[in-house]
Design a protein around this ligand. Structure first.
Ligand code: HEC
Length: 193
């Protein structure tokens, strides 16, 4: 009985070469395609080492949040009360007397300070004094808020300071002036019958 494999095993050297080359070509093509894919993905990435691009990236990334947080610069500013500002910022030192800060409600701590007068205390709260940072370290606190907060704090320890009111909102046009301005300048403009 003849060997059934006898025919198949007789491959010429050329056939071997061709099958080896083709066998290698397939994975090579696959590798090249993968490299192309990786390269195209990377070219979409951003070079964060460039400060300009990094800034743009940050701005783009925070845009949804930043937009929600955007405040209308023209909106009238709502001044907080002294108590609100105190509880937001000043309490952190003045509740417990950190760094030697005069404590709320402590006549002993505040007595000599109150004696300097309201304006001097406001000046020190605005500009800082020794360990007391300017505006308690929060530049967003307005002058009026500082004045109110100083009154709130000093009054807790026996002072009788009167906090200033915020400036009145821009006055509405005087009532008498309105009809004159609104009246049509030339009655002739009315459509003729
Ligand atoms: C980081 C801690 C800290 C914070 C926050 C802070 N203070 Fe003070 N403050 C101090 C210290 C310390 C002193 C005492 C300074 C001194 O006389 O050496 C002081 C003193 C004061 C005085 C008395 C100044 C004087 O002339 O005797 C006032 C008024 C005052 N603070 C107001 C405020 C107000 C208003 C805020 C919040 C907006 C605030 N502080 C937030 C630490 C702080």
């Amino acid at each position: 009985m003849a060997d059934p494999h006898a025919k198949m095993t007789k491959a010429t050297p050329q056939e071997v070469m061709v099958s080896v080359v083709l066998g290698l070509a397939a994975p090579l093509i696959a590798i090249v395609l993968i490299l192309f894919l990786v390269d195209s993905i990377q070219s979409e990435q951003i070079d964060v080492d460039s400060p300009e691009i990094a800034e743009k990236t940050v701005l783009r990334n925070i845009a949804p949040v930043a937009r929600l947080d955007a405040r209308d610069a023209n909106a009238p500013r709502v001044e907080r009360t002294g108590e609100e500002v105190y509880k937001a910022v000043c309490f952190s030192c003045h509740d417990a007397g950190a760094l030697g800060a005069p404590k709320m409600n402590s006549k002993g701590d505040w007595g000599s300070r109150i004696a300097q007068g309201y304006n001097k205390l406001i000046d020190h709260a605005l500009n800082g004094i020794r360990q007391m940072p300017p505006r308690g370290g929060d530049p967003d606190i307005s002058d009026i808020e500082i004045a109110r907060t100083v009154a709130y704090m000093a009054n807790s320890a026996g002072a009788g300071f009167k906090a200033p009111e915020p400036p009145a909102p821009p006055a509405a046009p005087a009532k008498g002036a309105e009809p004159a301005a609104a009246a049509p300048a030339a009655p002739a403009a009315a459509p003729a019958k």
